[in-house]
Structure formats: C-alpha cells, structure tokens
Design a protein around this ligand. Structure first.
Ligand SMILES: Cc1cc2nc3c(=O)[nH]c(=O)nc-3n(C[C@H](O)[C@H](O)[C@H](O)COP(=O)(O)OP(=O)(O)OC[C@H]3O[C@@H](n4cnc5c(N)ncnc54)[C@H](O)[C@@H]3O)c2cc1C
Length: 403
C-alpha cells in the first residue's frame, strides 16, 4: 500500500541534499542570478561528489539521471526506488536553487529521457553523459506532436535538419536528446528521439536566451544542418508503430513531470521557510492548534499556502512512487505537475506579498524564487496542457476528441 511519508531508507539522502543545498547552492544563488550565462564552476566539484555517491550506491537515483522503469526487477512488493529518491533529492536541491539544480552536470532532463526509453546497450553507452532535451521549435511548443525537425536514414546514419529553441543546458551539456520525425506524413508515431553528441558536425548553438528566472541555467537555440548521427543513437525502436502512436516518446514525460513538480515543491518550500522566519521576527505567530480564521490575517494566509503546498508535495510523491512500482502514472504525473506548478508560483508570489518590502527587494531571495518558480509551470508541459491531459484521462477521451 502507498505510504507518502519519506521512506526511512531515503532520509539520509534527503538530509544530504538539504545540506548541499544550504551550504553549496544558497551561497552562490544570487551571484549566478546576476551573472547570467556565466558557468557555475562550483558545480563541478558537487557533480563529482554526486557521481561518487551514485557509483557507491549510497544515493540511488539522486537527481534527474536516476529516474528509470525497472521492468525486469522481481516483483517483491512495495518499492521505494530511484524515482522517489530523485523527486525527494531534487526538491531539497531546489530549496537551495532551481537554476543551479538545472545546471548540475550529468543531471539533465535528457538523462531522464535516456533512462526512460534507451535499451540496455544504449544505457551503457551513454552512461555518464550530460544530456539536454530538445523538443521545442519556433513553430511548435505545447503541440509537440507537430514537430518539423526531420531525421532521414542515409546508410548507417540519420541526417537531422531543423531548429530547436529554449533548450535547457543546450550549450553546456555533452549531448542533446533531439526529437525529430522520420516521416511527417505518418504523424506522431514517426517521432523519435536521437542522442546527438556535442561537437557533431552540423549541430551548432546559435545563441543563449536572457530570462526572467533560473538565470544560472543556460537556455540555447540549436540549429541542425545536415547533422549526421549514428543510427544506433536513435533511442528505443526505429519502427514506426502507428498503433502505439506517440506512447514511446510520451513515456519520457511520465518520468520527467514528477521531477519538475518536485522542483516547484522545493522552491516553494524555500519561500515558506523564509517567510515563516520573517513573520515570526515581525511578531506574527503561526499556531497549528488554532483555527486559521482566529489568527492574524498573515498567519491564516500562511496556513492556507502551506496546505496547498502539502497537496502538491503528496501528488508529486504519489506519481514517483507509482513509477517505481511500475504502475501507469500519466494521469498522476500530470496532476502533480499541474498542482505543483500552480502552487509553486502562487506560494512564492504570496510570500513576497506577505513579506512586503523585504519580499520585493533583493535583500532576501524571495523575489528571485518568485521569478524562478514561473518556468516550472511552463516547461515539460504548461499548466493548461496538464489540465487537458488530466481531463482526457478522467473522461476517457482521446487527444482528437478533446483539444
Ligand atoms: C526557460 C525555459 C526553458 C525551457 N527548456 C526547454 C527544454 O529544455 N527543452 C524543450 O524542448 N523545451 C524547453 N522549453 C520550452 C517549453 O517547454 C515551452 O515553452 C512550452 O512547452 C510551451 O510552449 P510555447 O512556449 O510554444 O507555448 P504555446 O504552446 O504556444 O502556448 C502558449 C499558451 O497557450 C496555451 N495553450 C497551448 N495549447 C493549448 C490548448 N490546447 N488548450 C489550452 N491552452 C493551450 C499554453 O498553455 C500557453 O499558456 C523551455 C522554455 C523556457 C522558457
């Protein structure tokens, strides 16, 4: 049976991640918010530590690279595995800094795509790579089934042509997982993902974007011009299975959406913790034993924000737990992403409001968290798209029936 308390075996990981967030990310948070596009070199040492922990097995699944569906594992009852470990550690790291978490070497969203759809040989071959994820194009955002980047088989290579925009870590990562169509006339079933390694001729970073938040993270425009990629870099099966449709590619989202939800949970928790501290310093007591309505307005508002946050956290853990236990979780992954994305923005902005001038100024990080959290309600599927997916699943309607 599902139990949404932090499992005992993951408590040490959560504590470790929290310490790292507090002692290594927070101190450089403002610096890299101001120095957009500068590489946070402090993360190299941190990434080496995470690698060491993962190799020793001490931190199963810490970070985005950890997600996977272990279909072959023996059915030994309830499992708290890599997906739950990933969401728990990611939330803690984003309590430190979301932009820096997104800049962690070898923990890109492309890594989760590889973990989700690559076969065993590919998992081994791409082990240790830092992979960005490139789906969005100038003409395609939410409607990811509509991508125009093409991949044409030519001997033992695919030739990729197209433009990808807003690629997180697109400049810094070692490789990019690119979504391209083998044949646009065959629709969504023909969309496949390809690992393109940095330095492959025909792939170039055109520019980096300037952004509202997560400024520590680089966001790139990448052009592919007759870019030749070894055929064995196509992730999963090259067959175009019209019956399976988009299911293969979409499987990635079932694993990555809970991770983004966890980012929102962590960032919002940071705002709540600091707001509580500032309110208490101002003499506002938050009492969990009295009805909210009989307390100061600021305390009542804080309690409402915390309960919303708790709902987001529980949905996020549920979606990850289901992935660990090999239960289909598309509905729950979208519910978690929708709730946490919305709550993340609402909590961080409300905390700015509750703290007044301290919230809005750069004296504290509250204003930064308000800016950082917005993207978590946009990428990996916007709020509106998650709600559409939830509605389709609940009503049993296809994407053609409910647009
Ligand atoms: C900082 C940043 C980092 C990013 N990182 C990545 C990355 O690493 N890889 C990647 O591939 N992409 C990335 N993206 C792109 C992101 O995933 C897209 O911005 C997102 O999917 C939305 O697409 P769009 O911007 O084209 O908006 P659109 O799809 O044009 O949507 C515009 C608005 O219309 C709404 N809308 C669209 N369709 C519907 C509908 N059917 N019903 C109701 N409302 C609808 C949307 O919710 C949104 O509010 C990133 C974006 C940003 C800003």
């Amino acid at each position: 049976m599902i139990n949404l308390e932090t499992p005992k075996k993951h408590r040490a990981l959560v504590d470790q991640a929290h310490q790292v967030a507090m002692n290594m990310l927070r101190p450089i948070s403002r610096k890299y918010d101001r120095e957009e596009h500068a590489y946070p070199k402090e993360l190299d040492m941190l990434a080496a530590m995470v690698d060491g922990l993962s190799d020793s097995g001490a931190s199963e699944g810490a970070g985005a690279a950890g997600v996977k569906r272990d279909e072959k594992a023996a059915d030994t009852g309830v499992r708290n595995g890599a997906n739950l470990a990933s969401v728990l550690s990611i939330a803690e790291m984003c309590w430190g800094d979301t932009g820096l978490l997104l800049s962690m070497p070898r923990q890109g969203l492309g890594n989760s795509a590889i973990a989700s759809v690559a076969d065993e040989e590919q998992q081994e071959r791409f082990k240790g790579t830092w992979a960005a994820m490139a789906i969005t194009e100038p003409g395609t955002g939410s409607d990811s089934a509509n991508i125009s980047t093409t991949a044409r088989l030519d001997g033992d290579h695919y030739v990729i042509n197209g433009e990808k925009i807003y690629v997180t870590s697109g400049d810094r990562a070692d490789s990019v997982v690119v979504w391209a169509t083998l044949d646009k006339s065959l629709g969504r079933a023909a969309i496949k993902s390809f690992v393109v390694e940095k330095g492959t001729p025909g792939m170039r970073v055109e520019r980096l974007e300037h952004k509202l938040g997560i400024r520590a993270s680089d966001t790139a425009v990448i052009i592919f011009e007759d870019c030749r990629v070894p055929a064995e870099n196509l992730l999963g099966s090259p067959e175009i299975d019209v019956k399976q449709g988009f299911a293969g590619a979409m499987a990635t989202f079932d694993n990555t959406r809970p991770l983004v939800a966890a980012m929102a949970v962590g960032c919002a928790r940071a705002s709540l913790d600091l707001t509580r501290e500032l309110l208490e310093r101002a003499g506002v007591e938050i009492d969990y034993d009295r009805p909210a309505l009989s307390q100061a307005a600021a305390a009542a508002k804080f309690l409402q924000l915390e309960s919303d946050w708790e709902g987001a956290r529980l949905l996020t853990m549920q979606a990850a737990w289901m992935a660990d236990n090999r239960q289909p979780n598309s509905l729950e992954a979208s519910m978690a992403k929708a709730k946490a994305g919305r709550v993340g923005s609402d909590v961080t902005l409300s905390c700015i409001e509750l703290c007044g001038t301290l919230g809005y100024s750069e004296v504290e990080l509250l204003e930064k968290w308000g800016r950082d959290s917005k993207i978590l309600d946009i990428f990996e599927g916007t709020q509106q798209i998650q709600q559409l997916i939830v509605a389709r699943r609940v009503l049993g309607l296809s994407s053609a029936e409910l647009k």
